[in-house]
Design a protein. Sequence first.
Length: 701
Amino acid sequence: MAFEYNPLLEDFVFPPFDVIEPRHVRPAILSLLKKLESDLVELEDTLEPTWPKLVEPLEKITDRLSVVWGIVNHLNAVKDSPELRSAIEEVQLEKVKFQLRLGQSKRIYSAFKAIHDSSNWENLSEARKRIVEAQIRDAVLNGISLEDNKRQRFNEIQQELEKLSQKFEENNLDATKKFEKLITDKKDIEGMPATALAMAAQMAISKGHEDATAENGPWVITLDGPSYRSVMQHAQNRSLREELYRAYITRASSGDLNNTPIINQILKLRLEMANLLGYNNYAEVSMEKKMATVNKALELIEELRSASWNYAIQDMEDIKIFAKGQNERETDKLDHWDFKFWSERLRESRFHINEEELRPFFSLPKVTDGLFSLAKMLFAIDIDPADGLAPVWNDDVKFYCVKDSCGSPMAYFYFDPYSRPSEKRGGAWVSEVVGRSRALSHDGMSPRLPIAHVVCNQTPPLAGKPSLMTFREVETVFHEFGHALQHMLTKQDEGLVSGSKGIEWDAVELPSQFMENWCYQRDTLMSIAKHYETGECLPEEVCSKLLSARTFRAGSELLRQLRFASVDMELHTNYIPGGSETVYDIDQRVGRRTHAIPLLPEDRFLCSLSHIFSDQYAAGYYSYQWAEVLSFDAFSAFEEAGLDNDTVIREKGLKFRDTVLAFGGGKSPLEVFIEFRGREPSPEAMLRYNGLLQSSAATKV
């Protein structure tokens, strides 16, 4: 039989995204797994407890699977199709079987134990010690110590959890796509900004309304992030806001797309898996890979909750008073779909800034120019366009090369910025294409360079204009770029702990949230805020108002995050699947402590909370707050040094690069932080930047 070309199996530097099709997935994965199984058998038969005979061949096996599966998984997230879903479903079980086979190899486990117990242990570098310790820990968490019947059940659970998580995300995407609201009467969308109307008209055209215009409609509103947020913040039509709000908080909670039984089954299986491993609950399993303990995480959540509560209550009262003063028809009882609208009006009144009017000052090209200039100043790197060097999956995707101060390439990244509700899942994220690695060098001398995906879902270009961004979208780009920097600027040559690999999960948000802080630094803000047509800078008084508005409703926004963190911990510590309480009972109970007004009884937002049911944040959503403590504290070092002193800032930036961004998982995050900051982290800076300090006595994390 003639060999059929399969781009997934080629020896590429940059994945051939332009020619990969769903039909390639099944034969590629099955062929790859067969080859990797053969490589694994050979490794087990020839291994010795040495780095060249154990760790390097193991890294090559794990990397090959992670790169090819990573490509498939990425396309599933940004170019979804029924054919691709079907192809993934066909091979997913075999992929998980191989991962379990690899993770439960007694010979590999024994060899790592032998390295750990050898007389040469103290001579190993810290990075290599952490690799060995992590491999031993992960083998135990993969069930290697279980008796045969228990291990078989453990494996069944892992396979089922993978399928359930995939189905959860598919239901979420489909439920979001399913909702469409066609509007033909201009009165129904009064208050909506021009950008939102242009986007809604463009969506209408894609749905067959060929004559749709921003001015005269018709318009199609969706639950996709940019569309939903615009309605909730600006639509004067209260019934429209209510309809969208109710649809948004009940996504994927009914009919064929109901995620409720999936949530219950995921929680049941996670608890059973934890019990098989000898833990009381899944949170204890999760914490094995984190800085915190269950109790430390709960303590931080409660400290931040108590610091935020009074401010959130005051936020609500301020909005009620303002709304009543603006509109006599409004009652004292504002509903959930009113708060975003009236808080936006209050913010405009209090700070004299209008988010929509600011959009022309935040065009994507000028924002990225400013971001890359900041990265150059802080980290001594250049970021150059490299479009055409690597194939892409969509014409909107940009490709960049990161170079050191001598002009030598250090890394590459793809940037996929715009919302595509028909095929791309919501949110924003960074994922690895390949990581830095000495063992996987292309030329046998220099390490393989890292490549990353940076994915956002912001407002696309409309009516011949570039993407004009809200300030929140600007923050998101800075945030995701921070993740990418940790992946790309690592100096760690041990591939198993380079970039963000091997870092305790509650520290991975440190560089991303650190980069967000620069959006509020005056010089950085003025460097990105330039009118897309005239090039004029944001007026000084507007800049000052935007910076002053940073703490507006900070208590309420933090409490919203703490709701998810608290529910996540409760579901993975105390919840008993099938018991007297449902997951929504718990959400309601937590909501009473984290929301100034009770959640609606029908709130089913858990059904779309991908972070804890189809991502890596299960019993770890608190990581955002844990890492925020680290990131604010790290940024305060620059503030203390003097943000107006470029020389000192560059010195601090290089130190941040050479510690937080360089070490990867080769050193514990606490040691890395102390090396950068000179002391252990404290929540004081986080509370201060959010205007919440006086309500809390800060304690060490």
